[in-house]
Design a binder for this molecule. Structure first.
Ligand code: NAP
Length: 270
């Protein structure tokens, strides 16, 4: 057994994702959504291994608490400051990891195989939890310069102080300027998502061939990706990040490294 702990968790796509893989690889097991309040989180996590769970994903609002409940934490989860994957080990200990950065890069490599971190500056919109995962994975893969712009500047400054001088802050009112010499443009804000505010940053400077990716996947073709398509950019949607971030957890829990392919995308979208 595995599952996803969150509040609320009813709309999570993770059960559909992991159940698809369980069925595809003919494995015995299940993956369930678990609605858990913040006050109960650590007690629930400590109980799950006793109930036959091999691990769990963790989503909002428990990603920081997941670090605290763990006996051991991966370096990348420490750097990001949050965990989204728990592994319950045979000796009763709990290991916490963060696979969002892995999922981001794996999606980018699948959707834009020609992109390399050495191609040029990366422009990142947003400085929330997802931005931390994106920036740490870009730095780890060798990006030399990351332009970072966020509506609330102190949050961008906190990221710069954690990640160092390769991160350069651009004022939110000038965020559009970042795309002019960027080889990669990433939206990590919730702008453009169904029910959220529009993505209004001017993108006239986008160049043909620039890789543009959006973490928002509802809608799948966000206004940012549509504009980037029109400018001749290579676009990568955010659904693949969600699918790829599930791979390391599934492999550790169920012993098979699952594939992210068109059949999986169709199953999740359907
Ligand atoms: P978060 O920590 O709450 O950060 C939200 C970010 O959006 C902040 O940078 C925030 O800026 C910005 N923002 C929100 N409303 C804004 C507005 N009206 N104008 C300008 N900026 C605004 O959330 P998160 O966890 O980083 O997630 C961000 C997005 O990524 C969400 O849409 C989430 O669904 C998506 N996501 C996708 C995946 C995937 O697998 N594809 C994974 C993780 C997250 P301020 O700091 O100024 O508030």
């Amino acid at each position: 057994m595995a599952g996803v702990l969150g509040n609320a968790v009813a709309h999570s796509k993770s059960p559909k994702l992991h159940r698809h893989w369980l069925q595809r690889y003919n494995l015995r097991g299940d993956y369930v959504p678990l609605h858990v309040n913040e006050a109960d989180f650590s007690q629930v996590v400590r109980t799950l291994p006793k109930m036959g769970f091999v691990g769990a994903n963790v989503t909002i609002p428990h990603k920081i608490a997941a670090l605290e409940v763990a006996d051991q934490v991966s370096d990348r989860a420490i750097l990001i400051g949050a965990a989204n994957t728990l592994i319950f080990r045979g000796d009763g200990s709990i290991y916490a990891d963060n696979t969002d950065g892995y999922g981001f890069l794996a999606n980018l490599r699948q959707g834009a195989p020609g992109w390399a971190a050495s191609d040029g500056p990366c422009a990142v919109f947003g400085a929330g939890g997802a931005a931390r995962a994106v920036i740490s994975s870009l730095l780890e893969s060798g990006a030399e310069k990351i332009y970072l712009s966020n509506r609330t500047r102190p949050k961008a400054e906190a990221l710069k102080s954690d990640f160092g001088s390769r991160v350069q802050i651009i004022e939110w009112v000038q965020a559009g300027n970042m795309v002019e010499d960027a080889a990669l443009v990433v939206n990590t804000t919730s702008l453009g998502m169904v029910g959220a505010a529009e993505f209004r940053v001017p993108l006239d400077g986008l160049r043909r061939g620039t890789v543009v990716t959006d973490l928002v996947y509802n809608p799948l073709r966000t206004p940012l990706l549509q504009q980037a398509d029109q400018a001749g950019c290579i676009t990568v949607d955010g659904l693949g990040m969600l699918l790829h971030q599930g791979v390391p957890g599934f492999e550790r829990w169920f012993g098979v490294r699952p594939e992210v392919d068109d059949a999986l995308r169709a199953a999740i979208l359907g």
